[in-house]
Design a binder for this molecule. Sequence first.
Ligand SMILES: Cc1cc2nc3c(=O)[nH]c(=O)nc-3n(C[C@H](O)[C@H](O)[C@H](O)COP(=O)(O)OP(=O)(O)OC[C@H]3O[C@@H](n4cnc5c(N)ncnc54)[C@H](O)[C@@H]3O)c2cc1C
Ligand SMILES: *[C@@H]1O[C@H](CO)[C@@H](O)[C@H](O)[C@H]1NC(C)=O
Ligand SMILES: *[C@@H]1O[C@H](CO)[C@@H](O)[C@H](O)[C@H]1NC(C)=O
Ligand SMILES: *[C@@H]1O[C@H](CO)[C@@H](O)[C@H](O)[C@H]1NC(C)=O
Ligand SMILES: *[C@@H]1O[C@H](CO)[C@@H](O)[C@H](O)[C@H]1NC(C)=O
Ligand SMILES: *[C@@H]1O[C@H](CO)[C@@H](O)[C@H](O)[C@H]1NC(C)=O
Ligand SMILES: *[C@@H]1O[C@H](CO)[C@@H](O)[C@H](O)[C@H]1NC(C)=O
Ligand SMILES: *[C@@H]1O[C@H](CO)[C@@H](O)[C@H](O)[C@H]1NC(C)=O
Length: 529
Amino acid sequence: MNSSKTLLLQIVIFSIFFSSGSISNPTLASADSSEEFVDCLSKESKIPSWLVHTTSSSSYTSILKSSIRNPKFLNTTASAEPVCIVTPSETSHIQAAVVCGRRHGLRVRVRSGGHDYEGLSYRAEDRGERFAVVDLSGMRSVSVDAASGTAWVQSGATLGELYHAVWRHDPRLGFQAGVCPTVGVGGHFSGGGFGMLQRKYGLAVDHVVNATLVDARGDLLDRDSMGEDLFWAIRGGGGESFGIVVSWHIKLAPVPPIVTVFDIVRSPDHGAIDILTKWQEIAPKLPDDIMVRVIIEPQNVNFEAMYLGTCDELLPLMHLRFPDLAMNRTDCNEMTWIESIPYIHLGRNATVDDILNRTSISRVNTKNRSDYVRDPIPNHIWKKIFAMSQQVTKFGEFQMYMDPYGGKISSIHESATPFPHREGVLYNIQYITYWQGEANGTEALKWSRDLYEFMEPYVSKNPREAYVNYRDLELGRNKLVDGISSYDSGKAWGKRYFRDNFERLAKVKAKVDPDDYFRNEQSIPPLLN
Ligand SMILES: Cc1cc2nc3c(=O)[nH]c(=O)nc-3n(C[C@H](O)[C@H](O)[C@H](O)COP(=O)(O)OP(=O)(O)OC[C@H]3O[C@@H](n4cnc5c(N)ncnc54)[C@H](O)[C@@H]3O)c2cc1C
Ligand SMILES: *[C@@H]1O[C@H](CO)[C@@H](O)[C@H](O)[C@H]1NC(C)=O
Ligand SMILES: *[C@@H]1O[C@H](CO)[C@@H](O)[C@H](O)[C@H]1NC(C)=O
Ligand SMILES: *[C@@H]1O[C@H](CO)[C@@H](O)[C@H](O)[C@H]1NC(C)=O
Ligand SMILES: *[C@@H]1O[C@H](CO)[C@@H](O)[C@H](O)[C@H]1NC(C)=O
Ligand SMILES: *[C@@H]1O[C@H](CO)[C@@H](O)[C@H](O)[C@H]1NC(C)=O
Ligand SMILES: *[C@@H]1O[C@H](CO)[C@@H](O)[C@H](O)[C@H]1NC(C)=O
Ligand SMILES: *[C@@H]1O[C@H](CO)[C@@H](O)[C@H](O)[C@H]1NC(C)=O
């Protein structure tokens, strides 16, 4: 089932050596204002000193590294790292970090699970940038109210912790969010959040009914006090821009006692490209209870599916609707919904408790990009894509994940949340290029750009859409005008993530954070008028 795991195992494991010298960057930190910030935290807000890690603390490097996923971001020669990391254990600590940060001219970046594809929750592209990180990994409680079928989950929880807690309270309940259990709730919900239940239930944020947030003044707000505009913006408008979301109130969803999972592998030499061409139009129109996604590798096409029901129910459905896949009974793996989480992401021998493991350091570098497809890609183009993908063996590996839309995710109006990729989308593509070694990195990035350029005529246009949770700085980054991120520079990437919702997001930003205190390379710029 788990092709990404096997791929990672195939790649030769290499060691990364850390020295505290390469992580800390004292020359750029103005010792004064970070000292004042730290002073402020302890004096005015009584944050215990063990929750504050400066570059001279012995805990600094291990805390910084704790949720860095991509080895390329461990090399801090090219980017700035935080002058201080705060690991709050209470909401008042988060408020203090914002109040003290503003008082002493230090920005904060917030990190929940640390899975940002560009590492923006703990690094800045501009080496001159000074900032502290508020790391929420210590605030990860999940309280489930099985009677009302809802839960409050704190941002620092991982998806695995959320799924596990829900299952423990009531195995008849589940939640629709991402596939990878180590992803953080804070960043994931901030960008939408989709996974194997998206066709049945939509996005994670489609089921958020309340939230608590620390705003740019350090005030703690909930749905009623933040107002509907801000509540709209935080449900998919991207992380960091509007404040620090402390917790989310979510409506859980029923899951059946048995789900069926399959992983059917076909090779391009044996008809896979024809099946794939048909998949594009079949998968988005199947009943909502089934999601058949595709993972392409240079030698294989994997059709991975989850069906909310038994094999006996699934077989006739597949034979009727997707006969070319030639699925049969031996492909079926029946299990409970919670068992499907480790099974799909960690491999068939993983246990339910394995989804509680937060360790997720990967040994390979990756560059990921995304696209949306609204018209099927012709068969002869797929042949070219496979031919191109053979070149990656020179420097690494390649995968293309394709998640079919249709069903619930597409039925919600494009402006109901900031996430605009709804009606008319056939599927999402994620391109993943893997490599090791610096020389290979140059080639890998060039190849990734060439492929992206090649795909342009065949994917969504005006704008060419992308998923904000698959963050990609090659789409553009903010430029500052008079010290504030400019709306015009933001449009380059903002329209692609949010289409027409970008303007409304920028207006909300102007209302709640006109000074642009919460910002990064791709935060929503304030549209002041
Ligand atoms: C292995 C892997 C698998 C993935 N699988 C899926 C998937 O199946 N479906 C899917 O939709 N996505 C998936 N993603 C993408 C994932 O949803 C995003 O990377 C997400 O932003 C990660 O959230 P985080 O909290 O772990 O990251 P972080 O790096 O902590 O945060 C991401 C961004 O959000 C901001 N942020 C974090 N916490 C908060 C907060 N509490 N309040 C405000 N802003 C905040 C950060 O500053 C940063 O800008 C996957 C990513 C990886 C690496
Ligand atoms: C780190 O990045 C810098 C600048 O891009 C580069 O010169 C250096 O070789 C890198 N170091 C490692 C160990 O990759
Ligand atoms: C790209 O996606 C893969 C698969 O989800 C993930 O393992 C990897 O960490 C991602 N890349 C980055 C830079 O986060
Ligand atoms: C949101 O949560 C807060 C804090 O628990 C609560 O006081 C408020 O009534 C809730 N609002 C809604 C609309 O649920
Ligand atoms: C069922 O599919 C498997 C794997 O695709 C194949 O090996 C097997 O021969 C098939 N069985 C039947 C009865 O078609
Ligand atoms: C799963 O466990 C079985 C029995 O211990 C072993 O034979 C098999 O190789 C394992 N499979 C994987 C994918 O690790
Ligand atoms: C968590 O996962 C990591 C990486 O796979 C592994 O090394 C570690 O032993 C696991 N921890 C536990 C407690 O299982
Ligand atoms: C570059 O990639 C090739 C092919 O995958 C591999 O053999 C080689 O070891 C890689 N180089 C480095 C420095 O990792």
